[in-house]
Structures are given as C-alpha cells and as structure tokens.
Write a protein that binds this ligand. Structure first.
Ligand SMILES: NC(=O)c1ccc[n+]([C@@H]2O[C@H](COP(=O)([O-])OP(=O)(O)OC[C@H]3O[C@@H](n4cnc5c(N)ncnc54)[C@H](OP(=O)(O)O)[C@@H]3O)[C@@H](O)[C@H]2O)c1
Length: 229
C-alpha cells in the first residue's frame, strides 16, 4: 500500500478568525513577504488542493510564481508547478476558471459518483475527473493522490475543506497566518466550522514555530508525528 501523502494545511485569517469578508471582493489577508513564503511552500509540494467554492469565488491560479523556484523543480525532474486538485459535490465548475486554464500541469477534480457524469461534461476536457465514491472523504482523495505519486499535499482552503481534513485527523502540519485586523461580520467564512477535532483542551497541538513576517504572524503547528520540525 502507498503511504498517505504528507498533508500541510495553509490558512490566513483575521484576528477574529475570518478567512474572507462578506463582500464580493477578495479580501487580502497576507502581505507580499508572506505570499512569497507561501510560494516557497507550494514549490516544495507535489499537489495543491482547494475546495470548489474557492475556485469559483477567488479564481486562483495556484501556480508557483517564482521563475527560480519553477526552474529548481524542473532541475529535480519535477513539473514546474504542483498538480492542482479540487473537490466538488455539485459539479459546478467553469472550465475557463484560472484553476483550469493557467499552467500546463495536471488538474484533478474529485466528485461523488452521482455527479461524475455532469462533472466530466463540465471540465472533463481540461482536467482528470475522479469518481471518488459517495461521500467523497479526505481519506479517499489522499489514497487516490498517493496512487498518482503525490507524496506531499498542500491544502489551501477554504474552510469547508480545511475542516474536513482536520476533523478526519489526516493533517500533519498547519501553517496559520494571522493578519492584524478584524472582519467583525458573522456572515463571513471562518477558518473552520463546527466539528470534533483531534486537538482540544485535553490534547493540545504542538507549536513548532512562530515567525513575524512584516505585519502578519505565522504559527506552524505539528498535528502528527510525521511533522518534520
Ligand atoms: N484566507 C485563506 O487562507 C483562504 C484560502 C482559501 C479560501 N479562502 C476563502 O474561503 C472561502 C471559501 O470557503 P468555503 O468553506 O466556502 O469553501 P471551500 O472549502 O473552498 O469549498 C467548499 C466546496 O468544496 C466542495 N467540497 C468540499 N468538500 C467536499 C466533499 N467532501 N465532497 C464533495 N465536494 C466537497 C463543495 O463544492 P460544490 O459547492 O461545488 O459542491 C463545497 O461547496 C472563500 O471566501 C475564499 O475566499 C480563504
């Protein structure tokens, strides 16, 4: 059996725990130096995953931005950018979204059996659509990614996806950045929703690093014994 990929969760939130605001504009939480750090983390992974709502709302490129880092990956025999991964229960994905159009690398879409046909119709020409059973679980996604040679997965959100990986107990490391402002609007999405998390007052996660990056603070938490730090 192939080992489960190492799973690194990455999130930026406001002081009051929001990962976006409730407007239609994208909320900038990180600063330039932190975005460059994230780029380096991306470059060290085999795949990057976001939920379908993030693909629709943020229209992210999910590429390694630095030319030097892309060249370093190629020199190691890797594709310039990690594989892009998303998951959908509705199949409502636009093939012209930047997730699909930017970068020549592989794109993989996981969906439940019931919408596999619809999802293939929507994005089958620009991505590999995987019927991952019903419901789609983080474990099923990770097993399939392992079979595709993914050893290290970066999960970049949003909250629904983060919450599932955390509550399933399949996250190895969390990079949590706190931006120095409040959102103060209960309609905005939070880092995670309700759930039974493996880390609570009786079982505390281990902090492996705290780093100030300009006006934001990064805390790295080890969530499993696999965390290297
Ligand atoms: N600050 C940050 O670091 C950061 C990073 C990323 C995103 N965000 C923000 O996060 C917000 C989006 O977060 P979100 O929680 O609403 O959504 P999300 O986690 O990005 O995506 C949720 C969607 O993913 C699909 N999905 C998730 N789990 C699934 C499963 N097990 N099986 C099948 N489909 C599944 C569903 O797609 P369908 O709806 O297609 O069924 C679901 O609606 C946006 O406002 C974005 O800006 C912030």
């Amino acid at each position: 059996m192939t080992a489960r990929p190492y799973v690194l969760l990455s999130c930026a939130m406001s002081i009051d725990g929001y990962i976006d605001d409730a407007t239609t504009e994208r909320l900038l939480l990180s600063n330039d130096a932190d975005l460059d750090r994230i780029d380096a983390v991306r470059a060290g992974c085999d795949a990057i995953m976001v939920g379908a709502a993030t693909v629709r709302r943020d229209d992210p490129r999910l590429l390694v931005r630095s030319e030097r880092r892309r060249a370093e990956r190629v020199a190691l025999g890797l594709p310039p950018c990690p594989v892009k991964v998303t998951v959908t229960a509705s199949g409502d994905l636009d093939p012209t979204a930047r997730f699909f159009t930017m970068g020549d690398g592989a794109k993989v879409v996981y969906c439940p059996s019931g919408v596999a046909e619809k999802t293939r119709e929507q994005v089958g020409a620009v991505a590999t659509v995987v019927d991952a059973g019903d419901p789609v679980t983080p474990e099923a996604v990770l097993a399939d990614l392992a079979g595709r040679g993914v050893g290290r997965l970066m999960v970049e959100g949003g909250g629904t996806v983060h919450c599932q990986f955390l509550t399933a107990g399949v996250a190895d490391e969390l990079h949590l950045v706190v931006a120095p402002f409040f959102v103060g609007d209960g309609r905005a999405p939070r880092f995670v929703g309700d759930g039974h998390f493996p880390w609570h007052s009786g079982r505390r996660a281990r902090v492996v690093e705290v780093r100030q990056i300009g006006d934001v603070v990064l805390t790295r938490y080890a969530l499993s014994d696999r965390c290297e730090a």
